[in-house]
Each structure stands twice: as C-alpha cells, then as structure tokens.
Design a protein. Sequence first.
Length: 142
Amino acid sequence: MLNLLAEPWGVIVSHARACYPRECCGILLGTAAEGDVRTVTTAVACVNAYQGEQSDRFELDPKDQFEAQRAARRQGLEVLGFFHSHPDCDAYFSATDLANSWPWYSNLVVSVRGGEVSHARAFRANDNQTASTEEELRCPQS
Ligand SMILES: [Zn+2]
C-alpha cells in the first residue's frame, strides 16, 4: 500500500499543474514498513529530461535520481518509487511506463485534465517487467 502524506501530495499536484500540458515527473521518498505499507513523506519534483514531445512521455535525469538517493540516505529515508502525470489522459500504467519501470518500486500516475489533477493510481511492475499490478493508494484526494 502506498500512503501519501499531505505535504508530498501537495508537491506532486503543484508540479503536475505547472508542467501541464507536458508530463511531469519526480521521485517518492519515505519509509517502507512491515506488511508492505509504504509511507511517502517527501516528493522530489524533477525536470522532465525527455528529448521530444513531452505530452505523453517523460524521462528522469540520472543525476536527479542519484541526488534523490543521497538525500534519502541523509534523512534516513529510502527511494520508494516515482511519479509522473498523464495530461488529459487517465491514470493507467502504459506499456511504455511498464518498459521503463523497475521491479519493486511504486509508480504513481496522476491524471491531469484541463490543467487540474483529476485522480491518481499506483502500480508496481513484476520482476521481469512483463506485467504490473495496481497498488492500493491512500492520498489526501482519493
Ligand atoms: Zn505514463
């Protein structure tokens, strides 16, 4: 289960709005507890580094990922996953999302319609990235 606290959720919503109609992306930091409950305490908004049409693609800069890893370690947190937005599209896990994901990590997808956040869902890829399962999501707006 992915449990998003109000502060990181606010960061994600602002970033998704600011990047619209392009996809936004970022990194989720927090703690993973027994029973597979992941609590996101910090969301790091990143630049979409994809070198092309960004309305339906995103890419994280490896430097940002490295920085987030370091920041997490400093605060005694871990990188729990990633987030990105789907402008004028539902929050689903696309074939591209699956191909570009990593096992274990949570992937939060935020649907943005007309510049406002509509809904969000979370997914995890299986070990060989051939399928994903939806992860239960708890966030201030859903
Ligand atoms: Zn996507």
